[in-house]
Design a binder for this molecule. Structure first.
Ligand code: IMP
Ligand code: MG
Length: 182
């Protein structure tokens, strides 16, 4: 079995949007951009659980400045594929952000509400700088303006899965990003 085999076999009902090789190429580019931007500094990356873990784990391997990793878990009230905008912190980070250069790593920005709440919450902790790095930007559905410093891909208004993103908890393990056919 070749290394690309997983990319070629799609679970029933999933259509390819962004292939595994394209993702890896772009994540490597983002890692270089971040490494240059923070040259001679140390950084703290904060991944938003669970969706951003796959992206973070690939991204950090292309970051060459000294760095720490921490995790934040939030849940949006509401159900289905739409976030209600009420964000509750389920697990806080353990790192003191005072005076640190911080990057929030998120899987996708949809309405923008989740990232907006997280950004404001972490800004209160007085980091030296606070940037956002997202795998996917879905601008068509934005309700709240959030500043995104680094975006891997901008996508159309489709519900996507894979590379960390889920539908009812499944598909996070896919090495590519796909669209669930309705
Ligand atoms: P926002 O608060 O509406 O920006 O939603 C952000 C969160 O909703 C993300 O962190 C995801 O967990 C989830 N989400 C939004 N769009 C999708 C999607 O297309 N696939 C999977 N999860 C999504
Ligand atoms: Mg998420």
């Amino acid at each position: 079995m070749g290394i690309g085999a997983a990319t070629e076999s799609f679970p029933t009902g999933v259509e390819l949007l962004i292939g595994a090789d394209e993702i890896q190429h772009r994540v490597r580019e983002l890692g270089s951009v971040i490494s240059e931007r923070y040259a001679n500094q140390t950084i703290v990356t904060i991944a938003v659980l669970n969706g951003a873990v796959v992206f973070l784990s690939d991204l950090v391997r292309h970051i060459t400045v000294p760095m720490e990793i921490d995790f934040l878990a939030v849940s949006s009230y509401g159900c289905g594929t739409r976030s209600s905008g009420e964000v509750r912190v389920l697990k806080d980070i353990e790192t003191d952000l005072l005076g640190r250069h911080v990057i929030i790593v998120e899987d996708i920005v949809d309405t923008g509400r989740t990232l907006d709440v997280i950004h404001r919450m972490l800004l209160d902790r007085k980091p030296a700088s606070l940037a956002t790095c997202v795998l996917l930007d879905k601008p068509a559905r934005r309700e709240v303006h959030v500043h995104i410093d680094h975006t891997a891909f901008t996508i159309p208004d489709r519900f996507v899965v894979g590379y960390g993103l889920d539908s009812a908890g499944y598909y996070r393990n896919l090495p590519y990003i796909g669209v669930v056919k309705s």
